[in-house]
Write a protein that binds this ligand. Structure first.
Ligand code: OSB
Ligand code: MG
Length: 372
């Protein structure tokens, strides 16, 4: 498939509710929306980097710079037959996985649409629905958090994840556990602690949590292994798993018992599938994390969750929770039993709403073989 055009749009979407984690509060979700076109078909992808390097070192500016200067020139006008081919063309690029993932995602969508197949089908997905979990930001006090949890338990989410940070942890988790003794509950620290907090983190063992996500350094797998030996609760790594080798090494060291895959963090769907397979062979369950995606990224994540070893509830929440108006549809809604349906329509399973996209687009640039 000859790639003829790569459009990049910088989009900024106001969030319905601000989202607070240990690394800050987000009130809008900016992202880059990528459109690839070739041979009469098009495909869409979303770059999940943030405006600042808070979750990851990548930002939307670095992603745009790498896409424009290095990714677009390597693929425009070229025949690209799939993600493996894309990776071969981009082999000289180190890191910048969120930039690569956004373009890779658009390529998968383009190819699935050209073949008239759903992305889930192209990826070899097997399940028709995926259990939904929800990630709840840090709230003012434990009582306020319990109220937000109650709303989401009523909506049917199968797992509730609480963001935590030093000073915003034990009483918050205790209050939620007291009100909901039986729900599947987890916490996510986004690297807010160190090994010196081991004694404190061990107190979380009392709450029968499904997992503690990324308690320590964002690049660490050694201290996590030490901590995992001291905890009853399973550690799930998020930030620290950026490549298939990271997954292999973390598993070998015993740094975690669960891994969260985010296609953006690991460089796309091909790498996601490699990590999925490594985990499956090692008996490590995985789930798909979220980055407050629009329906374009959300649709792609849902397709990924149809893989057989994505067994735990993923951070794939109803679209209406995030934005008043999304840029693609149909929107994702939670089924009565707390699952999201995997779409069978061609490509990622959503169509772009061009008028809605234009309303949130701050700038756009079209790259062609002639302009790079
Ligand atoms: O650590 O999983 C995380 C959002 C932005 C950055 C990091 C994380 C998150 C979430 C939200 O937890 C998941 C979602 O609902 O998309
Ligand atoms: Mg996380």
């Amino acid at each position: 498939m000859r790639i003829e055009e790569l459009d990049v749009r910088y989009v900024s979407m106001p969030l319905i509710t601000p989202f607070t984690t240990s690394f800050g509060t987000e009130v809008t979700r900016p992202c880059l929306i990528i459109r690839l076109a070739g041979e009469g078909a098009e495909g869409w992808g979303e770059c999940v980097a943030g405006d600042g390097p808070w979750y990851s070192y990548e930002t939307l500016d670095t992603a745009w710079s790498v896409i424009k200067s290095f990714i677009a020139p390597a693929i425009l006008g070229k025949d690209v037959s799939g993600a493996a081919d894309l990776w071969r063309l981009l082999a000289r690029i180190r890191g910048h996985r969120m930039a690569i993932a956004a373009v890779e995602q658009a390529l998968w969508d383009l190819q699935a649409r050209a073949a008239g197949k759903s992305l889930a089908n192209v990826l070899g997905g097997t399940s028709g629905e995926t259990p939904s979990g929800v990630s709840l930001g840090i709230k003012e006090n434990p009582a306020a958090l319990v109220e937000v949890v109650a709303t989401h338990v009523e909506q049917g989410y199968k797992r509730i994840k609480l963001k935590i940070a030093p000073g915003r942890d034990l009483p918050f988790v205790a209050a939620v556990r007291e009100r909901f003794p039986d729900i599947l509950l987890s916490v996510d620290a986004n690297s807010a602690y160190t090994l010196a907090d081991t004694k404190h983190l061990r107190e979380l063992d009392a709450f029968n949590l499904l997992m503690i996500e990324q308690p320590l350094g964002e690049e660490d797998i050694v201290d996590h292994a030490t901590l995992q030996r001291d905890l009853k609760t399973a550690i799930c790594l998020d930030e620290a798993i950026c490549t298939p080798d990271d997954a292999r090494n973390a598993i070998a060291l015993g740094s975690c018992r669960i891994i969260n895959i985010k296609p953006g963090r690991v460089g796309g769907l091909l790498r996601s599938m490699k990590i999925h397979d490594i985990c499956q062979a090692a008996g490590i369950p995985v789930w798909c994390g979220g980055m407050l995606e629009t329906n374009i990224g959300r649709a792609t994540n849902v397709c990924l969750t149809s893989l057989p070893n994505i067994t735990l509830p993923s951070d794939i929440t109803a679209s209406a929770r995030y934005f008043h108006e999304d840029i693609a549809g149909p929107s994702f809604v939670l089924s009565k039993n707390g699952t999201m349906a995997v779409r069978t329509t061609p490509g990622i399973g959503v169509e772009v709403d061009h008028a809605a996209l234009a309303r949130v687009t701050k700038w756009q640039e079209t790259l062609t073989p002639a302009t790079v």
